[in-house]
Design a protein around this ligand. Sequence first.
Ligand code: FEO
Length: 395
Amino acid sequence: MKRLIKNNVSWIGKVDWELTTFHGDDYSITNGSSQNAYLIEEEKTVLIDTVWSPHDKEFMRNLEKAINLEKLDFIVVNHGEVDHSGALPFLMSKRPDLPIYCTANAVKSLVGQFHHPEWNFNVVKTGDSVDIGNGKSLVFVEMRMLHWPDSMATYMTKDNILFSNDAFGQHFAVEELFADLADQCTLWEQAIKYYANILNPFSPLVAAKIKEVVALNLPIDIIAPSHGAIWRENPLQIIEAYAKWADAYQEDQITIVYDTMWEGTKQLAHQLAADLHKVSPETTVKVYHIGRTDKNDIMTQVFKSKAIAVGSPTVGQNILSSMSGWMSFLTELKFKKKKAASFGCYGWSGESPKLLSDQLKAAGFDVVEPMARVNWNPTEEDLGQMMAIAEELAK
Ligand code: FEO
């Protein structure tokens, strides 16, 4: 259903309350999400993006209720990922001549996914613009790696709307559409989770892009992302948050992540939490069992932390498989300027703390000594080792 955003600009996307995962099952969705597409009806009629393919029929029904499809002058594809381009094949089957404005990389992703090299692609780059009548135009800004190499944003002059695609979004279903009407606690929780789990690896590019956009000195009244709430009251607040998050973000928090076989490593985790609180009472300390906690939620806490401690018992001369998968994800997210420590119990060979230390170093963490390597269940003396780790992490 078409809903007014400003003047001749409407939202025409899908509020996806039922969505529970994203990127396959790699990203957990706990408050729904949305795929935001936008319809501009100036002298030219323009569509910005579409929705995910399971919603293509509903999307096309809504679009055909809103306009005569023959009136559509062109579509802007800000990003080829299927959550935004999924309804494109259906649309193109009805309007095979429709011009598609996108980056050169987006042509690659769209042809790679949908196998229609004959579509009417119009390649654009940063600074290119298209007149849409009524004294307004669309200006394109490449947004490489926010979120794919093909991503771009589209700025609408006069109405001062930045259609930012994935950047500044959240996986959050907001029926009211606007950020100022959304539950603020969930909004910011989802915005930081989205940044930590999806955009953090590209933080250096985010920082550079924000500087570039600010330098353009464009008035921005609305930031309309492709997921979640639309920022219309003080829209710069989300740009300011991104600038902060992109700069090796950390709070006064230390997060402990562990898995355990027979509770020995769990005892070490809880002793470390208690010792951290003793040495630094003002620091927020959080403890997560990796096998029982959503991995994206833990990563959000890692993102907020100045230091982490990771524990696994030794099994088969290795770490637990739950921890191996999580460590691989941790490496992918490329956190910067955070300390880390490792710990773990063992019965026979005891490789796990050293393996964890090596993996943490490879993931870019500043690993502190000592590590805690405890044979069988911890004694009082073993538990006493955790204080030295707490002191190093809290320093
Ligand atoms: Fe929302 Fe990168 O797709």
